[in-house]
Design a protein around this ligand. Structure first.
Ligand code: TXD
Length: 320
């Protein structure tokens, strides 16, 4: 045994070591951001992934520890907990079945994580995203600024990449904003999407913009259609990693985040995607854009559908 004191290193726990969870673990470790604990219900699987990632350390040249486990005790004192646990839709399963099952998984994961890491910031990834984020916040008992969901960073990255492909300009010169729920009703904002500061509405035909918006809304489905088994995970893991990094390094990045609203945009007691400043306190502020009537009404329609689904999910949980 060593006489040196044990130093606590920054630690990110990922609940669910599936496609998104394991890819996120790789990104966090290889960017040298934090130690990673990967937890899954499948015995041996997170341990195997952790060992595999650990064996790449000498090649990738980082010194993050990666732990795989089936026991919440090993997640203790995490700075951030990311929830990716859930089941995909299986044949014969309705959307409701999926929502009920994932709601139970997310609520349990949050309660057990927070019991061991009471000061953690929670980032929810499991679908249906906005509903799961609301349930996670309620189950957590922690302030709403410390609970958020990942969707807008991904949706706006998709919009960004489609604009780059269309115009043939550098992706780094393009900034995009997509608000609202993570679904068909998401609200891409062309007026707030720019190429080196110039709104795309000034340089693209309305029909072209509409086509790219449609492809953005369909971004996840297009990949599922191609892959046949499973859904997107590289871009989702990158998007989640950006949020993790902004929080751990207190970068105050302003990115679309599924955040709790208390009057902003005329919406109350709801989790939905809005531009938020992410730092060490979690969601540090919500940026209120000066939306047109049409944009605001699209956001309200999206939020209303999230609200209905939250209501339905709560009834399902109560009936269990
Ligand atoms: O933008 C977004 N928010 C999303 C959301 C982008 C991509 C993926 N999105 C959703 O994330 C997707 O619809 C799923 O609900 C989650 C995770 O997607 P992933 O592709 O990683 O799914 P996998 O590979 O099926 O991984 C899920 C893992 C799997 O290993 C299960 O064994 C595990 O979750 N699982 C659990 N872990 C811990 N505890 C419990 N109870 C549990 N149940 C399942």
């Amino acid at each position: 045994s060593s006489s040196l004191p044990l130093c606590a290193s920054t630690r990110v726990t990922i609940i669910g070591a599936g496609k998104v969870g394991s890819t996120l673990a790789q990104r966090i470790a290889e960017k040298n951001l934090a130690d990673v604990v990967l937890l899954d219900i499948v015995a041996g699987m997170p341990q195997g992934i952790a060992l595999d990632l650990t064996q790449a350390r000498g090649i990738e040249q980082h010194d993050c520890r990666i732990i795989g486990t089936n026991d919440y005790v090993d997640t203790a004192n995490s700075d951030i907990v990311v929830i990716t646990a859930g089941i995909p839709r299986k044949p014969g399963m309705t959307r409701d079945d999926l929502m009920r099952t994932n709601a139970q998984i997310v609520v349990e994961a949050v309660q057990r994580s927070i019991a061991h890491s009471p000061n953690a910031i929670l980032i929810v990834v499991t679908n249906p995203l906005d509903v799961m984020t609301y349930l996670a916040w309620q189950a957590s008992g922690i302030p709403s600024n410390r609970v958020m969901g990942m969707a807008g960073v991904l949706d706006s990255a998709r919009f960004q990449s489609f604009i780059a492909m269309e115009l043939g300009v550098a992706i780094t010169d393009i900034t995009t904003t997509v608000l609202g729920g993570h679904g068909d009703l998401m609200v891409p904002l062309p007026r707030y999407s720019t190429v080196s500061g110039v709104p795309i509405t000034e340089i693209m035909e309305p029909e072209t913009i509409d086509r790219l918006i449609k492809r953005t809304r369909n971004g996840g489905a297009e990949i599922v259609e191609l892959m046949r088994t499973g859904s997107a995970y590289f871009a989702p893991a990158s998007a989640t990693c950006l949020m993790v990094e902004s929080i751990l390094y207190n970068q105050s990045r302003v990115v679309p985040t599924c955040a709790y609203l208390q009057g902003e945009y005329g919406l109350n007691d709801i989790y939905v995607g809005v531009p938020s400043r992410l730092g060490c306190a979690g969601v540090e502020s919500i940026v209120e854009l000066n939306l047109s009537e049409a944009e605001l009404s699209a956001l309200h329609i999206s939020a209303e559908s999230v609200r209905q689904n939250v209501h339905q999910a709560k009834e399902m949980l109560a009936a269990v």
